[in-house]
Design a protein around this ligand. Structure first.
Ligand code: GLA
Length: 389
């Protein structure tokens, strides 16, 4: 058996306790941290995430009537049940059950086999930090339900699309597909360079002497879905202004040449996307060559652009990024990561500097009065796996 053993054991034990038998399928899918390339995915652009060692496990057994009973052990064993032989109804916004219902509906929608199931869900991704616990649940559940229905090797892109479809149609976030692709396609010891136009995924070996530190800002993310959907709409307006099918099709020259008549905010959103795409390609190349200096420049510029042009950072995240970049210097760098409005900062640094960085972080928590946050040392990890069938 491979995979995240303690989480699997806990989930299987909870399954036995809830349903009094063994699960037939156990599936795992990881969360992700994005090294660079934020708010580019829904503009057909580039992103450079890596899958994490933490994620979500789903343990499942069949049910002979056409219904699903789901239990979330991290939510005090809260449960849900619904029929799958009729259109699966949505509950009111913000309820965890919609994630499960959306995936069950998506599995059928995308032509994978769906049958009645009892299932238990548990995860070890720190919640509310923008590390894609939702995508990891979606991909694990889609993989597990498809396996229960007899499809043991579904196309990974389909799994990612199901999880994204569930977010759009059941959860209410018009997200891109980076999180779900990272969760489905993660590679050990590699970041994955993702081309969101054709969904090509290219592994980029991560240097052995560098570390990825994921530092929670200690600020709960607020207004995430509405502000996110607004940014996405602004990018669509920008693409319309420039007469391209997606902002991916612009470069800086075109951006400036046809700027006239474009709303100032819409222009700045487009500028972020255009420059972020270029930085992401540059960063992938730097990682491949073990060049933390160039990578650091790209990461700092990415943060500045997300802060000033895309306006998705918040002061507490900026202060944490500044503190990290001060201590890191020019070899490596730090930036906000993910959708923004709070959540985590990611830093890539030489391993030899980690003690110094942890010392600087202690000072930061003291100065700001934010309770010290647990740093996750990210290990680039494999994507979704069936652990037992
Ligand atoms: C969230 C979304 C992703 C992506 C990032 C920003 O994580 O789910 O699709 O847009 O924000 O890069």
């Amino acid at each position: 058996m491979t995979g995240p053993a303690p989480l699997v054991d806990r989930t299987v034990a909870a399954f036995r306790q809830s349903f009094g038998g063994d699960p037939v399928v156990v599936a795992f899918a990881p969360g992700r941290v994005n090294l660079i390339g934020d708010h580019t995915d829904y503009n057909d652009g580039f992103a450079l995430p890596c899958a994490l060692q933490v994620g979500t496990v789903v343990a499942i057994a069949p049910l002979d009537d056409d219904s699903v009973i789901a239990r979330a052990i991290d939510l005090d064993g809260a449960s849900d049940s619904f029929r799958i032989d009729i259109p699966i109804p949505l509950l009111s916004a913000g309820q965890w059950q919609n994630h499960v219902r959306g995936i069950a509906a998506g599995v059928a929608q995308f032509g994978l086999p769906l049958r009645g199931a009892r299932l238990v869900i548990s995860g070890d991704i720190p919640q509310g930090n923008g590390l894609s616990s939702s995508a990891s649940l979606g991909v694990a559940l889609a993989l597990g339900l498809a396996a229960l229905g007899g499809e043991l090797a579904p196309d990974r892109q389909t799994l990612a699309r199901i999880a994204q479809w569930a977010e759009h149609n059941y959860v209410g976030c018009a997200c891109g597909i980076m999180d779900q692709i990272a969760s489905a396609y993660g590679q050990p010891d590699c970041a994955v360079l993702l081309d969101c136009r054709n969904l090509e995924v290219q592994p980029v070996a991560f240097p052995r002497d560098a570390a990825i530190m994921v530092v929670p800002s200690g600020v709960a993310r607020g207004l995430v879905d509405s502000a996110y959907n607004e940014r996405r709409a602004q990018c669509t307006l920008a693409a319309e202004h420039y007469g391209v099918s997606a902002l991916r099709d612009l470069d800086v020259e075109m951006l400036e040449a046809a700027r006239h008549g474009c709303d100032e905010i819409v222009y700045r959103r487009a500028r972020h996307v255009v420059t972020e795409n270029a930085r992401t390609l540059q960063a992938a190349n730097a990682i491949e060559h073990g060049d933390l200096f160039t990578l650091g420049d790209a990461m700092r510029a990415s943060h500045a652009s997300l802060k000033a042009d895309f306006e998705v950072s918040v002061p507490a995240v900026d202060a944490l990024v500044d503190c990290l970049n001060d201590v890191i210097g020019s070899e490596g760098g730090a930036r906000m990561t993910g959708g923004g409005f709070g959540g985590c900062v990611v830093a890539v640094v030489p391993k030899t500097r980690m003690t110094m960085i942890n010392r600087a972080l202690s000072g930061h928590w003291k100065r700001t009065g934010i309770p010290p946050q647990q740093v996750l040392l990210a290990r680039p990890s494999p994507g979704a796996t069936l652990i037992a069938v």
